[in-house]
Design a protein around this ligand. Structure first.
Ligand code: 2AM
Length: 186
């Protein structure tokens, strides 16, 4: 079966929010790189559903199912401070929290999950926690001081579309290619 690639569905950032967040992170860290392997700003996004390696038939079914879903109209989210999975004292993923609008993201994640299952993907077994990954850390580190030091990121992100991305794994880290847009409110 022909493979489309390693796919996921996410909410993209606007260029304005991307630039403001890059400046916020640089200021908060005194221009030092984040610990671990930072995600480059052009790759920042809020994942709703990771599909993984996907063939053409499953992808077409997923697109049809998501196009059928009642995604609702545009909205906006605001951000919080930093946090970490599984917890700040043993951080392996450093992320930016979502404050207002997290409920709408949860709804969109649930609809993406439904579409994935209708397309034949196995159910996601991890609970959905809306977040924006800033860095991946191996082995884990105690990031409590950093997390406490960084202020809330004051910005409002308009959410008016979902995007299906293809992930290209390369030597310099992954890059993400937009494959499909799902506008909200159409
Ligand atoms: P993360 O940011 O929390 O790591 C592309 O890899 C996107 O899909 C990332 O944002 C990543 O989430 C998310 N994702 C979710 N589950 C994944 C998995 N099992 N493997 C890789 N990425 C995953």
């Amino acid at each position: 079966m022909e493979s489309v690639g390693r796919l996921f569905v996410a909410v993209p950032l606007t260029d304005e929010v991307r630039g403001a967040l890059a400046a916020h992170v640089m200021e908060a860290t005194d221009d030092r790189p984040l610990p671990g392997k930072p995600v480059a700003p052009p790759n920042w996004h809020v994942t709703l559903r990771f599909l993984g390696p996907t063939d053409g038939v499953a992808y077409d079914r997923f697109l049809a199912a998501l196009a059928d879903a009642e995604l609702g109209g545009p909205f906006s989210v605001t951000f919080g401070g930093l946090g970490a999975f599984p917890r700040p004292a043993r951080a392996t993923v450093l992320w930016l929290a979502i404050e207002h609008g997290a409920d709408r993201l949860e709804r969109l994640a649930a609809l993406s999950e439904e579409a994935a299952q209708r397309a034949g993907f196995p159910p996601e077994d991890r609970p959905f926690h809306p977040h924006l990954t800033l860095s991946r850390i191996r082995p884990h580190q105690d990031l409590r001081p950093l997390i406490e030091q960084v202020a809330v990121f004051q910005a409002r992100l308009p959410v008016d579309r979902l995007v299906a991305y293809r992930s290209h794994l390369g030597r310099g880290g992954a890059t993400y290619e937009e494959l499909e847009n799902f506008p909200l409110g159409e």
